[in-house]
Design a protein around this ligand. Sequence first.
Ligand code: NAD
Ligand code: LMR
Length: 330
Amino acid sequence: TRTAFTKAPVTVTVTGAAGTIGYAALFRVAAGAMLGHDQPVHLRLLELPAALGAAEGIAMELDDCALPQLASVEIFDDPRAAFDGVQQALLIGAKPRTKGMERADLLSANAAVFAEQGKVLGEVAADDVRITVVGNPANTNAAIAARHAPDIPRSRFSALTRLDHNRAIAQLARRAEVPVTAISGVTIWGNHSATQYPDIFHVRAGELSGEALATDRAWLVDDFIPTVAQRGSAIIAARGASSAASAANGTIDHVQDWALGTAGDGWTSAAIVSPGVYGVPEGLVCSFPVRSDGTDWEIVEGLEINDFSRARIDASVAELQAEIAAVDAL
Ligand code: NAD
Ligand code: LMR
């Protein structure tokens, strides 16, 4: 049966649409998994000229799903046309790192792309645009895009740390021997990089508190934190390519919570432009504990930060500052 939709379609532009994350994300976005099953979408696929053929093939496959939510699919190699009137911009298109690289090694390759895309978004995006940067180094790419779009409110820019957040939940569920649904209160602080700090001090894991789990410092320091922070590298080593389906899944979770609101009094993690809270300098795109009312991310304030956490947050913030300084030097 076909659904009659009452909502106007939302325009979603996906960059790097023919890449591995794009392929894993598009079909779910088109099927309503991101913005709701009652929400039709106009899908815009932005690709480099060399990948337009692949994008055509994906558009054919999207057609062949006969998805009720999919109002239209269009393909572009021109960012200005692809972003014209965009409401949800998923900036995935960028070079991924390969074995032996750190995400920051992508800085110079990707900085120019995000500067240009930020500028164009500022000129042609819809007034209610929300921007999610997935392409690495995601935090600094988002900061660059935001700087080049002075007319878009800072609160509309974000970078993905939801994948890290979900990775932390999965590790905690395994450790506490509870289902993932029994985990709450996780925070990823800082950069989407090996310096990120997955904070468990406010966690509930079924009957267990994060404080209780953290009394096993050897597990926390030598197992949990590096497992979460270096999961991207572990996947590249195992798979021979960077995470894709899990990254697409994190992207969908992130936009869904932002656009439809986070449930209850819990929180998730997202990298957003710091307003200067929790000791994070204003303007850095840093991961925080956040919730959304369906319009804007709001940082969960007032969480106690112990010395163990403070040192680790500061280290990741220092890396974010160094990345911005490196971009300024380019
Ligand atoms: P991929 O190489 O499979 O696909 C990237 C696609 O982007 C390619 O099709 C390419 O043609 C396209 N592209 C490159 N530059 C573009 C541009 N300027 N405009 C439009 N399209 C462009 O890579 P992937 O595995 O899909 O990963 C994409 C990015 O996401 C990488 O930077 C990767 O490191 C990053 N990533 C981030 C997270 C996260 O949690 N933040 C997780 C996984 C991967
Ligand atoms: C990840 O976290 O899996 C991605 O950012 C890919 C990478 O380079 O680690």
